[in-house]
Design a protein around this ligand. Structure first.
Ligand code: GDP
Ligand code: MN
Length: 385
């Protein structure tokens, strides 16, 4: 789950990272009032869950109250990479002397978090990463030790930061590493961490903030879970999450209802093997109770691309006849007008098959047979249309 800039910066602030004291608003009049309260100039920033807002026209400096109002009005009418702008952050504008990139991410090969930093921060960091990766310094963080001062100082030196900012940088880098761990993040990023002018001197200030929280850890962060922006996910994804289903939408035409992630992946592979294309990855998990199957069916059928539904279910502790009854009960609630192929196997398979066949499902004795039948039905549906 992604957090908005303003949410990330609030969290950063609690971990001792200096951020501008801004105000989040939802309309142009509020933006004008916020600008008056903060003092001009201000920067008006679209709060949408995508990167590259600056390049898309979602970050503008306003030098008068009229400008603040007009810019906010303009930005609130933008759609950036498909997402509508519903809020803007009004921040005091900083005078930027240089821009640093600072981030903490998971490095899967090293199996730990790494701190990444670059003197070439700002809106072109992706290009720097692609064309001049040597300009990005990476330091693995030992999970038992955390980020010690000396490592953070090494990074400050490596990116050529002026000595008088080292102590600030160490505090910020350690703060960001702590933010990452304490919030179960998979990404915590400041870009730019700017050197800004300050009373004739200069100081470091986190002008942007980005965090991605590990969904599987949200249960222990209810305050973060409550920050979820519904615009982030599609209607189907939201329904699936609320029903506790793992769901990933794909671009084919065979809707798959499967129990267990491993079996779901194998099902996608076998469909592909027989020349078909799965419309989704859907794991109903556990016992495939009727209400869960019904929720899953509704989600799969809400996709107009779906021409066939394929059940691939293993009845282990939950017996096949129970699963079959769950499917039948679900079919009483959900109207289905595409063919359905079912392969269920395991305890009480025969009884399960009998129940499904009586409800006009096409049954199969193996995953391969089921996939071939589903692929053929999908082809036939396309030939008809
Ligand atoms: P992003 O494009 O979504 O990453 O949004 P950012 O918050 O990083 O803003 C993009 C760019 O706008 C930054 O890299 C800065 O160059 C510029 N910017 C952001 N805030 C300020 C500010 O307070 N003053 C000035 N002068 N520029 C800013
Ligand atoms: Mn940025």
């Amino acid at each position: 789950m992604k957090l908005h800039e303003y949410q990330s910066k609030q969290i950063f602030s609690r971990f001792g990272i200096p951020v501008p004291q801004g105000i989040v608003v939802e309309n142009a009049t509020e933006a004008r009032n916020a600008a008056r309260e903060i003092g001009l100039p201000v920067v008006i920033k679209a709060q949408v869950l995508v990167g590259g807002r600056g390049k898309a026209g979602g970050v503008k400096i306003a030098r008068t109250l009229e400008e603040a109002e007009a810019q906010a009005e303009h930005i609130l009418n933008l759609t950036i990479k498909g997402l509508p702008v519903r809020k803007v952050l009004v921040d005091p504008a900083a005078e930027i002397l240089s821009e640093i990139y600072l981030g903490v991410v998971i490095d899967r090969t090293q199996r730990r978090a790494v701190l990444m930093a670059s003197a070439a921060g700002g809106v072109d960091i992706e290009e720097v990463a692609a064309t001049a990766p040597e300009k990005i310094v990476r330091v693995p963080i030992d999970p038992f030790v955390g980020l010690p001062d000396y490592l953070a100082r090494d990074v400050a030196v490596s990116i050529g930061l002026a000595r008088d900012h080292w102590n600030e940088f160490i505090r910020i880098a350690r703060g960001l590493a702590a933010v990452f761990v304490a919030n179960d993040a998979s990404l915590a990023e400041i870009n730019p961490l700017a050197v800004v002018s300050n009373d004739g001197g200069s100081r470091l200030l986190a002008l942007d903030g980005k965090m991605v929280i590990d969904d599987n850890a949200l249960f222990r962060h209810p305050e973060l879970a409550a920050m979820r922006d519904p615009d982030e996910e599609s209607e189907a994804e939201r329904k699936a999450r609320n029903a506790d289903l793992s769901f990933v939408s794909l671009d084919g035409d065979i809707g798959c209802l499967v129990n267990g992630a491993g079996l779901a992946m194998a099902t996608l592979d076998i469909i592909q093997h027989f020349g078909g294309r799965p419309a989704n990855f859907l794991d109903v998990a556990g016992g495939a109770r009727a209400e869960k199957v019904a929720a899953a069916l509704r989600i799969v059928l809400s996709d107009p691309k779906v021409k066939v539904v394929l059940f691939n279910i293993f009845g282990g502790i939950t017996r096949c006849d129970e699963v079959a009854r769950g499917i039948i009960q679900a079919l009483e609630e959900v109207k289905v007008n595409v063919p359905m192929v079912a392969r269920i196997t395991g305890t009480n398979k025969e009884e399960g098959d009998r129940i499904l066949a009586s409800a006009h499902l096409i049954t199969a004795n193996s995953a391969a047979e089921a996939a071939q039948k589903a692929v053929a039905l999908a082809r036939a549906a396309h030939a008809r249309s």
